[in-house]
Design a protein around this ligand. Structure first.
Ligand code: CA2
Length: 149
């Protein structure tokens, strides 16, 4: 039984907390990682928390998740509305996938409204700030407990 979840972050999210706090808040990605680990531990889930600015790296991590992860939380960032390649990779993953956006993408520019990733996502959380990651982990915890019972 797999007990690891991958929490994958796309391009520019390494800048979290450093710019545009009115949109993304003041927490850094390291803060988010710490909170993710705290919440995941409640569900006895191990965490691989990663961020990249390279689309191919993100795709390689999704392929890795196929072998070793029970579920995925992903904030695809700017690739949300552009990447069929990311969608294709996620569609090869058998477990639950939670798509997270810190901001409410539907309240922002029209080009952010469409998500290729949602076609592969089990669930989507947006506009809940960085708390969205914790909510997504809770949902994975619930779904994986059901799958394993
Ligand atoms: O709301 C989200 O989480 C987004 O996925 C963030 C992406 C954006 O392209 C999506 O439409 C919505 C942008 C991530 C960039 O992150 C930054 C963080 C702080 C400062 C600048 C960029």
């Amino acid at each position: 039984m797999k007990t690891t979840i991958f929490i994958l972050n796309g391009c520019n999210l390494n800048l979290l907390g450093a710019r545009e706090p009115h949109i993304y808040g003041h927490e850094t990605l390291a803060d988010v990682e710490a909170e993710c680990r705290r919440v995941a531990a409640k569900f006895n889930l191990d965490v691989q928390f990663r961020q990249t600015n390279a689309e191919s790296q993100l795709i390689d991590w999704i392929h890795e998740a196929r072998e070793s992860a029970a579920g995925i939380v992903i904030n695809p960032a700017g690739w949300t509305s552009t990447s069929i390649a990311l969608l294709d990779a996620l569609k090869t993953f058998d477990g639950p996938i939670m798509e997270v956006h810190i901001s409410n993408i539907h309240q922002r520019e029209v080009f952010r409204h469409y998500s290729y990733i949602s076609l592969a996502a089990t669930g989507v959380i947006c506009g809940c700030g960085t708390q969205g990651y914790s909510l997504a982990i809770q949902r994975l915890g619930y779904l994986l407990a059901g799958a394993n019972s």
